[in-house]
Design a protein around this ligand. Structure first.
Ligand code: ADP
Ligand code: ZN
Length: 761
């Protein structure tokens, strides 16, 4: 029993303790809203059959015995041990919401991500499933099993006899309305028959919104090329081993990874099991979904736009084993497949696999935990694996599979850089498109091709960069680009709070025209329209892609050629397959490169490589032009040469030197509130307590900050951050658990802990 639980139960007089040893059926409950921890209740006899692990129950809570709902996480016979347990008042769900294995997985998430278990449970079971959306309870009628016996000694009115005849002839149970209609009678004779015990009634939950499964014309297998065969064989070997193993497929864009997944899943389906395929939400396009529907009879697609009823329906189908493949975004990792055989996580480097609200889980790490628990293989795929996964593959934790060539010997596109330092136009005008890129666009369009322009708006372009030599002012300790704060006239490190006065000339080449902000990317669309009048152009970013289907419509217009120039944020860099795109332009690679984020170089490499993968997919080939003030930066050079290995070899030593992941674990704490001063003060207390905790324990942990978060004010609240780094994630977690109860924030201040953070802004 936890301390907190002890407080909630009144201490009982000694008399209660007399039958300490007697065992009783006890349910352990976790609350969604209410106290954290696990609480025991006694199960009254009348609920003994109904209660089940994974269902919700109603229980009295606290001194006032207010009614509370919680998840039943354990049922067992045990001795009360001197406690007088309160009884469970009722069982909420008729069927369990989670199987025991999934329940254990949620427990792991709660531990790993420092999130109350109840909150994890609530996030994992969709609201539509909890509320059984799209279904209702109906009374279904059938004739009594011993009808022949019973009917002998009763007198039946003619109407009643008619009803019995209809119902006996029906193959399936009927509702009251259906039976009344079929027998041409009112409800009265039916009620009479029920009273006489000749008709049995049963309450059953039925679907009332009609749902149908989408399907697609069948398509046969492609003949695999040697790389694909090797990859498939490795997965099949893992499947046949019937043991958990994680395989990392490092396959360039267009190398045919999806085809390999499909073939492996066919094997899994062949022995009656199901597969889960996770893709980033943004690549959950009809194009992707279609490829699975063409090859499997029963595919469930889980995306964020499903209605509650649709989600509930899919969930039930999956739980009943009626689905072979679940394709979905992040949360599909919780799909209740009864006999999981394989998990595939494509584009494993994608940061959208991490949930940025509690529970702040990463689907990849949850997938590893689930695959381990269910003893099935996990396949991770990417053209640009995260350094975390790459490092694990290098150290033998994962099995590495290489697919270095595109299918059908299509070449990877040529990638060139445009050095903005020497482009007169870029140096002197406020425009975003260099003379060179402009000419290339003209050429591509003249030849009937299409153009993609990538602009990175996430960059808030407040790094300090010299337009003459490309130098960026960085923190000497963290290697993070310093951010210019106009109001204070300082340049500051968002990790350790290191500050210097804003330099008036480049510290490296002494050029006096050093700039405090990047190009005005929002004006790009206007610039394109001015430069290419009459050429249909479309902007794709979170602002223009709000409504349901907007994304699809935009891509549809581009696919059909009604749009010739597609410009947008990261959103367009991923997974699109348009053979007619012959030019990709990256407007400014430096905005991503100098974000105050230790993964900035990795992000830039991913972005340039992924967007480059959008071209050269057809016969016409294609090329990529990257505008930058840092053409020699290792991340950009590696992307230009399609050289992942070179990127990893250059970046990993830096990570190691500065104790960043994958060589250390991290927890990021963000404190926010209305008053900047109060937030700063509380953040300082937290940092101090954490430092003390680690000093006492004597480990090698580091506490950085507090410093203003890069987004130092969001939605009217000031934000400060603290970063904890260390080799042992459990020690970092333990420190947060310890200070939690000790340091209560003032009203109006909240703080969160993000374990294994990806968002550093
Ligand atoms: P990736 O997932 O690695 O980017 P895809 O699986 O999308 O690659 O394959 C790229 C394209 O090549 C798709 O249009 C796919 O249909 C096609 N493709 C895949 N494998 C083969 C093959 N063995 N023979 C011919 N075409 C293939
Ligand atoms: Zn620093």
């Amino acid at each position: 029993m936890t301390e907190r639980q002890r407080d909630l139960f009144d201490r009982q007089p000694a008399a209660w303790q007399c039958d300490d040893a007697a065992e009783q059926l006890t349910a352990t409950i976790v609350f969604v809203e209410g106290p954290e921890g696990e609480f025991d209740y006694v199960v009254p006899d009348r609920l003994a059959d109904e209660i089940e692990v994974g269902k919700r129950v109603r229980v009295p809570l606290g001194r006032g015995n207010r009614a509370a709902t919680g998840y039943c996480v354990r049922v067992e016979q045990k001795a009360a041990g001197g406690r007088k347990l309160k009884p469970v008042s009722g069982v909420v769900d008729s069927t369990r919401l989670l199987a025991p294995a999934m329940l254990r997985l949620t427990g792991w998430i709660a531990e790993h991500y420092l999130c109350p278990w109840g909150q994890v449970l609530d996030a994992v079971v969709p609201a539509g499933v909890r509320g059984q959306a799209g279904t209702r309870l109906t009374t279904l009628l059938s004739v009594a099993g011993d009808l022949q016996e019973r009917v002998k000694d009763v007198k039946l009115a003619p109407k009643q006899a008619a009803v019995l005849k209809v119902l006996s002839a029906a193959n399936e149970p009927m509702t009251i309305t259906e039976l009344g209609r079929a027998a041409g009678c009112t409800e009265a004779p039916i009620t009479a028959l029920r009273r006489k015990g000749l008709i049995r009634a049963e309450a059953r939950r039925v679907q009332f919104t009609a749902m149908t499964e989408a399907s697609a014309p069948r398509r046969g297998d492609l003949a695999l090329n040697p790389d694909q065969k090797t990859a498939l064989e490795a997965i099949l070997a893992a499947l046949q081993g019937r043991r958990h193993q994680t395989l990392l497929i490092h396959g360039v864009t267009g190398s045919g990874k999806t085809e390999v997944y499909i073939r492996a899943i066919q094997e899994v389906v062949g022995f009656g099991r199901q597969a889960i395929v996770l893709v980033p939400e943004i690549s959950l396009t009809p194009q992707t979904v279609q490829r699975f529907r063409e090859r499997f009879d029963h595919v469930a697609v889980l995306h964020s736009h499903l209605s509650d009823a649709e989600r509930q329906w899919q969930w039930q189908r999956i739980a009943e084993g009626g689905v072979q493949v679940v394709v979905g975004a992040r949360s599909a990792i919780f799909a209740p497949t009864p006999h999981l055989g394989l998990i595939v996580l494509d584009e494993e480097h994608e940061s959208s696999f991490k949930q940025e609200s509690a529970p702040r889980y990463h689907a990849r790490d949850v997938a590893i935990a689930r695959a381990e628990a269910e003893d099935v293989p996990l396949v991770l795929g990417s053209a640009t694996p995260s350094l975390e996964s790459w490092h694990r593959a290098q150290t033998g934790v994962y099995r590495l599979i290489d697919m270095p060539r595109r299918v059908l010997d299509r070449p990877l596109p040529a990638v060139g850089t445009i050095d903005l330092r020497t482009d007169d136009h870029a140096r002197h005008s406020r425009g975003s498109i260099s003379r060179h890129l402009h000419a290339a666009m003209h050429e591509a369009l003249d030849r009937g091709g299409q153009v993609i322009l990538l602009l990175n708006r996430r960059g808030f372009s407040t790094h300090i960069q010299c337009p003459s030599c490309g130098n960026v002012v960085r923190c000497p300790d963290c290697d993070i680009a310093l951010t210019h704060h106009r109001s204070l006239d300082v340049a500051l490190c968002h990790y350790c709070d290191h500050q210097i006065p804003t330099p008036s000339a480049c510290p490296q080449c002494h050029f006096a025209g050093i700039r405090y902000s990047g190009t005005g990317t929002q004006r790009l669309e206007a610039e394109v329209r001015t430069r290419f009048p009459g050429v249909p152009c479309l902007r794709m970013d979170t602002d223009t892609m709000q409504g349901r289907g907007a994304h699809e419509r935009a891509l549809g217009a581009f696919r059909e050629g009604r749009v010739r120039i597609l410009l947008g944020t990261q959103m367009i860099a991923k997974g699109l397959d348009f053979p007619n795109v012959t030019l990709v332009g990256v407007i400014n690679a430096d905005t991503a490169l100098h974000l105050p984020d230790f993964r900035a170089a990795e992000r830039t490499f991913h972005l340039v490589t992924q967007v480059a993968g959008r071209t050269g997919r057809g016969e016409k080939g294609g090329r990529v032009l990257v505008q930058t003030l840092n053409p020699d930066h290792p991340a950009i050079q590696a992307a230009v040469h399609h050289d992942y290995q070179a990127f990893a070899d250059g970046e990993l030593p830096i990570r190691k030197m500065l104790s960043y992941p994958p060589f250390a674990r991290m927890i990021r704490i963000v404190v926010r509130g209305q008053s900047e001063e109060a937030v700063a003060r509380f953040a300082a207390c937290l940092a101090e307590e954490l430092t003390k905790t680690f000093q006492q324990a004597g480990g090698g942990e580091r506490v950085l900050g507090p410093a203003p978060a890069p987004f130092s004010k969001l939605r009217g609240k000031y934000r400060f951050q603290i970063q904890m780094q260390g080799s042992d994630a459990d020690r970092l977690r333990q420190a947060v658990r310890e200070i939690g109860p000790r340091l209560k924030p003032p009203d109006d201040i909240q703080w969160i802990a993000d374990v294994d953070p990806l968002d550093m802004l």
